[in-house]
Design a protein around this ligand. Structure first.
Ligand code: NAI
Length: 397
């Protein structure tokens, strides 16, 4: 099939297998060039097929020679539709790992379920014995409670008041006003059920009770804080409340794991274009300004650069430095005062500005297309490609 991007709002409903494979090799090459470090050896990544979780899997494998087990929620191709990008990423990652002599096993299904936890524990016991790192990198719009069957949806809404700001349609480049009603109490609770720390804790308890966590295990989940500009919709909104819960859970996990000297951390990362962040109102416009300034300053990083720095310079450094709230920070370059002051200044007059001068629209669009394997010069998009590709470690029934 000749595969083209089909963009609907903030998602692309097709993915290119060769483009995704190219993207994986690019990230692997980044890590190989950046160099090896003393890091984890056996790693479980929950949310491993795209964005920060994928970068974590690649960094652990190629930066520190780790065996990796990845969990994600992806769809295979049915012969007519392409698979999801995460599926092709996992195919490509496993092919590369097999080529390079690195253990890799993947699971596609619901990480929130008890069954997935049991299957993963079985695989760790059979193949690795124990894991010394667990990365929790899920971004999901819903969660089915594994005990009650209740379905919780997460929303991106303010909590104190209705919210008015500006946002951008990335494809047309048009700025428009956006109004978002404040969340109900139920929406606040449900968002925390999905994106807070409850399921992270269930995973860690299950892994710990099964005896598959190594002495000194490190587990991290990812969070975001961001500038005041996005506070009402992000940090003090429904998702921010969920992130506070996640951050609190890190301490509870450290406490739970004290007998095996384990550590739970929340690592705060930079705002980047991923499938999850493209869906947040206002944030994409902020990202276009941020990219422009950080690229000009030479401080721009993508997921792979962020996670390499996180593991190499923070989590696996001799001492892991944390902020006053106990969080590991790799959003330091984004949050620099000069960067933020510049963005605030531009934001105030953005409607009258020539966007091509102040915003990195092209960078956003190209990162967005890359998420789905499109927009790489080195890939021949006119070529017929096979869209039904198996993930090597997943046996079809
Ligand atoms: P993403 O959308 O690229 O990745 C999410 C991953 O979770 C995918 O592998 C997906 O398959 C998996 N997943 C979703 N639901 C699942 C389920 N029920 N079962 C199994 N797997 C499931 O998202 P991204 O942006 O990498 O987010 C990961 C974490 O990083 C989130 O906690 C997010 O809040 C955080 N973060 C993201 C930032 C950003 O700007 N993108 C900034 C800072 C933190």
């Amino acid at each position: 099939m000749i595969v083209e991007p089909k963009i609907r709002g903030f998602i692309c409903t097709t993915a290119h297998p060769a483009g995704c494979a190219y993207h994986i090799e690019e990230q692997i090459n980044y890590v190989k060039t950046a160099g090896q470090f003393e890091g984890p050896r056996k790693v479980l990544v929950i949310g491993a097929s795209t964005g920060y979780g994928l970068a974590s899997r690649i960094t652990a494998a190629y930066g520190s020679g780790a065996a990796t087990i990845g969990v994600s929620y992806d769809k295979a191709s049915n012969g007519k539709r392409t698979a999801t990008a995460g599926w092709y990423n996992t195919v490509a990652f496993e092919n590369a790992a097999n080529r390079d002599g690195l253990y890799a096993k993947s699971f596609s299904g619901d990480a929130f379920s008890h069954e997935m936890k049991a299957d993963v524990i079985k695989a760790i016991k059979a193949d690795l014995g124990q894991v010394d790192m667990v990365v929790y990198s899920l971004a999901s719009p819903r969660r089915v409670d594994p005990d009650t069957g209740a379905i919780y949806g997460s929303v991106l809404k303010p909590v104190t008041d209705d919210y008015n700001n500006i946002t951008i349609d990335i494809i047309s480049g048009k700025i428009s006003d956006v109004s978002i009603e404040k969340a109900t109490d139920e929406e606040i609770i449900n968002t925390t059920k999905v994106m807070g720390g409850e399921d992270w804790m269930i995973w860690i308890k299950a892994l710990s009770e099964a005896g598959v966590l190594a002495d000194g295990v490190i587990t991290t989940a990812y969070s975001y804080i961001g500038p005041e500009l996005t506070f009402d919709i992000y940090r003090s909104g429904t998702i921010g409340i969920a992130k506070e819960h996640l951050e609190k859970t890190a301490f509870e996990i450290t406490d739970l794991l004290k007998d095996i000297n384990g550590q739970g951390y929340v690592s705060v990362c930079k705002a980047l274009v991923t499938q999850a962040s493209a869906a947040i109102p206002v944030v994409p416009l902020y990202i276009t300004l941020l990219y422009k300034i950080m690229k000009e300053n030479g401080t721009h990083e993508g997921c792979i650069e962020q996670i390499y720095r996180l593991m190499n310079e923070k989590l696996y450094a001799e001492t892991t430095l944390v902020d006053a709230e106990g969080r590991v920070r790799v959003d330091d370059l984004e949050m620099k005062e000069a960067v933020q002051n510049e963005i605030t200044k531009i934001w105030q007059t953005i409607k009258t500005r020539d966007l091509s001068k102040v915003a990195d629209m092209a960078g956003f669009r190209s990162d967005f297309l890359h998420l789905f394997g499109f927009g790489f010069d080195a890939v021949n998009y006119e070529a017929d490609v096979k869209i039904e590709l198996p993930i090597p470690s997943i046996k079809e029934d």
